[in-house]
Design a binder for this molecule. Structure first.
Ligand code: TXA
Ligand code: MG
Length: 331
């Protein structure tokens, strides 16, 4: 990418415009994190409720004091080990952080992305960039520049194209704003890795955790209803559903010769490769003409936590529409 394009992007941010940019996880929809009108434009573009907090992206850990206060010693250990990289830290907000960014809460989410285009944009812009994932509210995140254009069209002023995102799913979110480090969203960086750095157990988010829109059931959902099915039940469910409608299958092994599914998509057997491809595959299947996605449940091992989390949310978001359909007896 030309440095003039990054310079242009930084200038647009200064003017209060929206710039979508690649990170190592997913594409972000960025605005100047110090400009309330600009941040409000993010919510309008995404169709997202205005009281949801957005992550502020920073160039490096030296910027922390500008955004956060009362940081525990864990923060230095975590940033030294994982930044730049796919870890978002929720911290007590500094007094100057605007309510549009925090959703009115006393905390702020901070992340230092490692993607070279994101790094360069942050360096040239010189401030923090507020950026949620670059998708419409409730939809799956964008992992290519084309996905961003498909999702947001003209409501974004510039899309920086950095190709396909390496990680493919959103960052790990760790709340270290209180004495109890709490995992709000699993990601590439796992709980065990974090525990080894802070030397203490990490709590999983419970019912009283702060507002995280990624925690809503309706999140990370493709357009088609999605069924998440244990490997042992896959053949039976695909047979039953295929009798009713064209079914797409996402599985980690080849199509059995007698399968009646309309589409059989093989996914990676390695968790990181699976995550890298997941959203692009779901978008592809959404456009396939099938009317349901049946996904083989991932293994119960920790390295699959983040993928399992996204698939369970997608399945939960679908279950209400499937239940409605069942009640009406339609096919
Ligand atoms: O990988 C990522 O994190 C991507 C890239 C673009 O950096 N960003 C992303 O942003 O996934 P978003 O807004 O789609 O998801 C961030 C989640 C949201 O669910 C938001 O509610 C939560 O982080 N969040 C942000 N600030 C928070 C805070 N202060 N307390 C609790 N949750 C917060
Ligand atoms: Mg998002």
């Amino acid at each position: 990418m030309q440095s003039s394009e990054i310079g242009h992007a930084a200038q647009l941010l200064r003017e209060g415009k929206l710039v979508a940019f690649p990170t190592e996880t997913v594409y972000g929809l960025g605005a100047d994190a110090s400009n309330p009108q600009a941040v409000r434009r993010i919510f309008a573009a995404k169709g997202r409720p205005a009281d949801h907090p957005v992550i502020v992206h920073v160039h490096d850990a030296n910027d922390l004091a500008r955004w956060a206060r009362d940081m525990s010693p864990d923060v230095e250990r975590l940033t030294a080990r994982f930044w730049p990289g796919p870890l978002t830290l929720v911290l007590k907000r500094a007094a100057s952080v605007i309510d549009e960014v925090t959703g009115g809460q006393d905390t702020v989410g901070l992340r230092c992305p490692s993607h070279p285009i994101a790094q360069e944009l942050l360096r040239v812009f010189g401030g923090g960039i507020a950026a949620p994932s670059a998708n419409r509210f409730g939809r799956i995140s964008s992992t290519t520049a084309q996905h961003v254009r498909d999702e947001l069209g003209d409501s974004v002023d510039l899309v920086l194209d950095g190709g396909a995102c390496e990680v493919g799913i959103e960052s790990t979110i760790l709340d270290v704003s209180s004495g109890v480090p709490t995992l709000l969203r699993p990601g590439r960086i796992g709980a065990a890795e974090i525990e080894s750095v802070i030397g203490a157990p990490v709590t999983r988010a419970g019912a009283q955790s702060p507002r995280v829109s990624g925690s809503l059931e309706a999140h990370y959902a493709p357009q088609l209803p999605l069924l998440l099915v244990a490997s042992i039940d896959l053949d039976r469910v695909v047979r039953e559903q295929s009798a009713l409608r064209p079914v797409a299958v996402l599985a980690r092994h080849a199509r059995p010769r007698d399968s009646r599914s309309a589409l059989w998509q093989i996914a990676a057997t390695d968790a990181q490769a699976y995550a890298h491809d997941l959203y692009a595959l779901l978008r592809f299947i959404d456009r396939s003409g099938c009317s349901m996605i049946v996904v083989e449940a991932p293994p119960e091992r920790p390295e699959w936590d983040a993928v399992r989390d996204r698939l369970m949310r997608a399945a939960a978001a679908s279950s209400s529409s499937l239940a409605r359909e069942g009640a009406q007896g339609t096919e």
